[in-house]
Write a protein that binds this ligand. Structure first.
Ligand SMILES: [Zn+2]
Length: 309
């Protein structure tokens, strides 16, 4: 790798202790000494605080399906206790599959609706940033989201996401997965969002999704990464759930190859289920300048999370 400065991983998950130990070991090898950790239980958060003091800022996990089954009330209680439990922000996983899981129709409890305003107002009152995953790769809409009882189109989901960002200008968002728009044909729309709404940054979480799409047109992707390099947070989306070293290494390696090197048609170092049947996923590196890498790897997250870092 070409870059030797400090790196903050703005998108990691903790499920179990063995997995977390391995994640930390691999991140250290890759020069990452601080990270945002989405905790999937109070136990794993206590373990992380005890074992790795000062290493993490903590995101409390909110399921995107619970509002359909239990209503908004319990979520408001979770927000009220978030800071006293030691968390710094909230993360919601509201991918379309959450609607399927709860058998919720496409229009019920949209995050940009009036019914959900109390949730966002509570976050604003607490003064915490909000990390949001809404929408998914184009490939999922073809492969997984065919059931019209729960799913419509990616355009509809992106409209909901834009609605949220537009509706709450005083809330600071980290929108996961490049705001679900790393596909080359979507970069223009993401650019419009960046120009219109100053209250959000995006992360590079999901090594396979980002490397697959941002490798498809090197000229367009590279100039986008440089132009909006002050809005991007490096994130691996590693989920600490397994002691398998190769799982963590592959994701770190893939993103670093994409951002730092000039490799051409380098096979993704692990299997991409979305392209396994169609020839695989290949990385074309963008060889980004050091000043750009520094922003993506450290400076943007440091500014965004300045209250906690
Ligand atoms: Zn994630």
């Amino acid at each position: 790798m070409e870059y030797n400065g400090v790196i903050f991983d703005a998108h990691t998950h903790a499920i179990d202790a063995n997995g977390l130990d391995m994640l930390v070991e691999i991140e250290t090898v890759f020069g990452i000494n601080q990270a945002l950790l989405i905790c999937h239980s109070q136990e794993i958060m206590s373990y992380a605080e005890r074992t790795y003091p000062g290493r993490f800022i903590y995101a409390k996990y909110f399921s995107g399906s619970s509002r359909f089954t239990e209503g908004v009330g319990p979520m408001l209680k979770e927000i009220a206790t978030l800071k006293s439990e030691g968390y710094h922000l909230a993360k919601m996983q509201s991918a379309p599959m959450m609607r399927g899981r709860a058998s919720a129709s496409p229009e019920s409890l949209r995050l940009d609706s009036n019914e959900m305003a109390c949730f966002f107002d509570a976050l604003i009152d607490e003064g915490v940033p909000f990390m949001l995953h809404l929408s998914d790769p184009d490939t999922y809409y073809t492969i997984n989201y065919a059931d019209r009882r729960y799913y419509t189109s990616k355009e509809r989901d992106l409209a909901e996401l834009e609605g949220v960002i537009a509706r709450y200008p005083s809330l600071r968002f980290q929108i996961a997965h490049f705001a679900a728009q790393p596909e080359i044909h979507r970069l223009e729309n993401l650019a419009r969002w960046f120009e219109t709404y100053p209250n959000f940054n995006v992360d590079t979480g999901s090594a396979r999704w980002m490397t697959r799409e941002l490798s498809k047109d090197s000229r367009k992707a590279r100039s986008f990464l440089i132009k909006y390099s002050d809005r991007l947070h490096f994130g691996t989306d590693c989920v600490a759930f397994t002691p398998d070293r190769g799982y963590y290494e592959g994701r770190h390696l893939a993103l670093r190859l994409l951002l730092e090197t000039d490799v051409r048609n380098e096979p993704l170092p692990f299997t991409d289920a979305d392209t396994a049947e169609t020839g695989g996923t290949f990385i074309n590196g963008h060889n980004l300048p050091d000043s750009v890498l520094k922003r993506i790897y450290w400076e943007n997250a440091e500014r965004f999370f300045s209250d906690y870092l």
